[in-house]
Design a binder for this molecule. Structure first.
Ligand code: NAP
Length: 284
């Protein structure tokens, strides 16, 4: 294997150390950072995600509350909980775990979160601030990817980057962050005619589609940085990404594994966003 591995666990541990220090400094001044996580329904995957988010808070000095509700909760009841947390001074960040049950309009709920507590960065005003180059919160997964590039001192300015996937929570904000860092960015989606034509030219390839092996070794320029956001299961039920890992690692210069790559970074950046929110709240 020729590619160097960008280790999301190691980088997360380092960043969490910084989070714990900033949390302790805020707590010493009477402003302990606080995160509220709301889970509606009993999806197994969501339960694991919220548990890890709360655990990340507990381990790093961030106050956290986990509110769990039955899938039958009404939209009005959920909106009322969000409003109460908007007005709770102990809470700096509010996260409503997605997906929500189909009878609840997720957009309406996200728009109900106070923008200054929207630590996921999904609120429309935060999306607009990101788009116009003045982000308040950077969505956690793309923010983590930028930290990974920073950790290897990658010269993003002037680089060509291809983002495969254009969702509101990963692909689009990823493209914006790369653009702001000075990259020349192409965004691909499911209608893209020849994906390899685009990826083969790129210095940086970020893949976030949820489609296993969508990027293969022949689609990557030798020496490129390949960041795999995808989370899938292989035929044996093992967690894997969107990139055909072993052959691609022979070609790439840097690569992120799945598991142990972008995944741990996402929760770490949620903690970072909560600290940023708490620092802003404390300093007025
Ligand atoms: P999503 O909302 O389903 O979006 C998928 C995107 O991929 C869409 O823009 C879609 O294009 C595009 N796409 C699908 N097939 C494609 C193809 N053949 N060629 C090019 N683009 C294609 O998914 P998401 O929420 O962004 O998540 C993507 C993956 O990342 C999933 O596996 C998810 O589990 C994972 N994820 C991981 C983390 C983490 O922490 N590691 C965090 C979030 C998400 P259209 O726009 O044309 O439909």
């Amino acid at each position: 294997m020729s590619a160097k591995i960008i280790d999301g666990n190691a980088l997360s541990a380092q960043l969490r150390g910084e989070v714990a220090q900033r949390a302790a400094a805020l707590t010493a001044k009477g402003h302990q950072p606080g995160l509220a996580v709301i889970l509606v329904g009993d999806s197994q995957a969501s339960q694991v995600y919220v548990r890890n988010k709360v655990k990340g808070c507990q381990e790093n000095g961030i106050y956290s509350v986990l509110e769990k509700y039955d899938a039958s909760m009404s939209e009005a009841e959920l909106l009322a909980r969000v409003e109460a947390l908007n007005n709770d001074p102990k809470i700096n960040g509010i996260l409503v775990q997605l997906p929500l049950p189909p009878h609840i309009d997720a957009n309406k709920v996200i728009e109900a979160i106070a923008a200054e507590k929207d630590v996921d960065g999904f609120h429309i005003s935060n999306a607009g601030l990101l788009m116009t180059g003045q982000p308040l919160f950077r969505p956690c997964t793309p923010y983590g990817v930028m930290k990974m590039l920073e950790s290897i001192n990658y010269p993003v300015r002037g680089a060509t980057a291809v983002v495969v996937g254009a969702s509101n929570i990963v692909g689009k904000p990823q493209a914006m962050l790369l653009l702001q860092a000075g990259a020349t960015v192409t965004i691909c989606n499911s209608k893209t005619r020849d994906l390899g034509h685009h990826t083969r030219d790129a210095d940086i390839v970020v893949v976030a589609t949820g489609k296993r092996n969508i990027v293969t070794a022949d689609m990557v320029k030798p020496g490129a940085v390949v960041i795999d956001v995808g989370m899938n299961r292989d035929d044996a039920g093992k967690l894997c990404g969107d990139v055909d890992y072993a052959p691609t690692a022979e070609v790439a210069g840097w690569i992120t594994p799945v598991p142990g790559g972008v995944g741990p970074m996402t929760i770490t950046m949620l903690l970072v966003n909560t600290i940023e929110a708490a620092e802003r709240a404390a300093h007025g």
